[in-house]
Design a binder for this molecule. Structure first.
Ligand code: 6GU
Length: 224
């Protein structure tokens, strides 16, 4: 998969992509990510990419011209399956969205800043608008990192058996069960006996029950 990102703060995207699983995905050549500074397409020598909003009101709006030029420049390189705009008024990002997007070849992600981007870009270029939750971030970059991580770890070959995505919380509308590691007793706190039983079937059943219990208690809204 290839992901291009248009941003005014490319530095904000760098670190999460440079470590751990996202680094491994790129080292293996399964994922390539390229950030593009929107200021390359600024309307003047001062690097201007935003302007006051028509109708008045506080906050700047990212202008059409730099964005349109950036998008069209990148489109000449490759056809995008989705052009995604990160915005708090987008569709709420879920595991199912990550699953769907992980099947695509080329994605273009636009990170908004200030009051957002001119509506005409949303209407004429953007094919999908994503929010990562009901709160407002200063820009789309952190949200883009969240989305890229969630997608990247699903790409075939990125995770090994130990880190398998199949048993993640949300993958079957259930939260993950509790986990334990050595020692079997710490300060008198014991690991549930069943996990030490060596019986895969009873362990599997216990984990499933725990998942169901946890989901009922914490997230009844996602339960089937
Ligand atoms: Cl995608 N962007 C911004 N700026 N804030 C958000 C968001 C995105 N998702 C939740 N809050």
């Amino acid at each position: 998969m290839h992901i291009d990102i248009i941003t005014v703060v490319p530095e904000l995207l760098a670190s999460p992509l440079s470590h751990s699983i996202m680094k491994r995905a790129q080292d293996k050549g399964i994922l390539t990510v390229q950030t593009h500074n929107l200021r390359q397409w600024a309307v003047n020598k001062y690097g201007q990419v935003d302007d006051y909003q028509f109708g008045g009101g506080a906050g700047m709006v990212m202008m059409c011209e730099p964005l349109a030029n950036a998008i069209e420049h990148l489109q000449k390189e490759r056809p995008y399956d989705e052009i995604i705009y990160m915005t708090p008024d987008g569709e709420r990002f879920k595991q199912s969205t990550a699953n769907q997007l992980s099947l695509k070849e080329n994605l273009l992600i636009i990170c908004g800043h200030y009051k957002g981007i001119d509506q005409r870009i949303r209407e004429h270029f953007v094919t999908k608008e994503i929010s990562i939750g009901d709160y407002v971030l200063s820009g789309g970059e952190l949200a883009a990192n969240v989305v890229i991580d969630a997608i990247g770890r699903l790409l075939p070959g990125v995770l090994n058996d130990e880190t398998s995505a199949l048993t993640d919380s949300f993958q079957d509308n259930l939260l993950a069960p509790p986990v334990y590691t050595r020692p079997a007793e710490f300060r008198g706190w014991k690991v549930p006996e069943v996990l030490l039983s060596g019986n895969p079937k009873t362990i599997e059943e216990w984990r499933y029950e725990q998942s169901v219990e946890r989901t009922k208690e914490r997230r009844p809204d996602i339960l089937d």
